[in-house]
Design a binder for this molecule. Sequence first.
Ligand SMILES: Nc1ncnc2c1ncn2[C@@H]1O[C@H](COP(=O)(O)OP(=O)(O)OP(=O)(O)O)[C@@H](O)[C@H]1O
Length: 387
Amino acid sequence: MARILVIEDEPSIRRVLVKILSEENDSYIVEEAEDGQKGLEAIKKDDFDLVLCDIKMPKLDGVEVLETVRKIKPEIPFIMISGHGDLDTAVNTMRLGAFDYISKPPDLNRLLTTVRNALDRKELVVENKILKKKVSKNYEMIGDSKEIHMVKDIIEKVAPTDARVLITGSNGTGKELVAHWIHEKSERSSYPMIEVNCAAIPSELIESELFGHVKGAFTSAVKDRAGKFEAAQNGTIFLDEIGDMSLSAQAKVLRALQENKISRVGSDKDIKVDVRVVAATNKDLKKEISEGRFREDLYHRLAVILIKVPSLNERREDIPLLINYFAKKIAEEHGSSAKIFSKKAVSLLQGYDWTGNIRELRNVVERLIILGGSEVTEENVKMFASK
Ligand SMILES: Nc1ncnc2c1ncn2[C@@H]1O[C@H](COP(=O)(O)OP(=O)(O)OP(=O)(O)O)[C@@H](O)[C@H]1O
């Protein structure tokens, strides 16, 4: 299905274009606008795969429409329609990002070929964007230590089962990464993995976030809304920082785990959910239980399998590998060649106490690459990385 918008003020030409395109291919949905202003409004409101746009029009001309859309929806290809007097302008619009132009009266074959090419390219651009997004989130798990191999082994064993998993470990040790792999290596991987950071959501909103709500359930509930459990249907929900969840939300999560049912806030209708729960925390939940902040029954439901992710300080031999890996990644991101870290620089970094946190290690590597010289030396580390 391809949605095409024809913006043209001359009714006869507009009609011809709409007719030709609609008859050419059943999967073309063709809409029309009679001037630049209306065209722009339609593009803002809806998603189009292609726009055919006249150049000379009242109110807003084609060049202005093109320039505005390039800023808000740059992926939409434009084919400009030029009359006798504006061929030069048409050629110039290609510099502004138009895909192509056709002259009036439109030549049927040329029009249809250009439309097909433009739609093909649009698909490619969108695919590339999705691909880039996937690649940019990095899920490689670097490390050759006994400790990280143990974690990988457990993931392999546990992922294909439906067992709930509680992942523990201090900040930035890779808990989210572990959760990601559990989902990816499970049969649920073609369904969504929905992540909820329980610490980032105010306690009065967490229930609605997880379970959704019905219109009128509270002041700002202006319409029915599904929650994350429903969004994760057939997939995995990752409850990050579960140790920060309010007791009343914990009670509801417990019910969801016991009965595989949830109800939206403000409704007593049950909704069946088939969702695997993976949770993570950097808190000592046993301590939280003894102090009355975490439900023991929920703990036992969640911690069917426990994975403790070791801090980098417990597997310092992985630090040089990580430095190397981050140096390459960062160079790629900056479009430069990877900087060499001298042996002394690496061993100094390896010895620091704060390097338990992988995120922090990455930040320091980035800082050293930006601020250090062509080679990262012991002196650079002392200057830019010590805490
Ligand atoms: N073994 C690893 N190899 C490469 N990168 C890793 C590894 N472990 C973690 N990272 C990276 O380190 C960063 C922190 O990891 P992650 O977010 O999984 O940690 P976390 O324990 O969930 O953190 P927090 O406690 O702050 O939520 C991420 O960018 C992640 O990709």
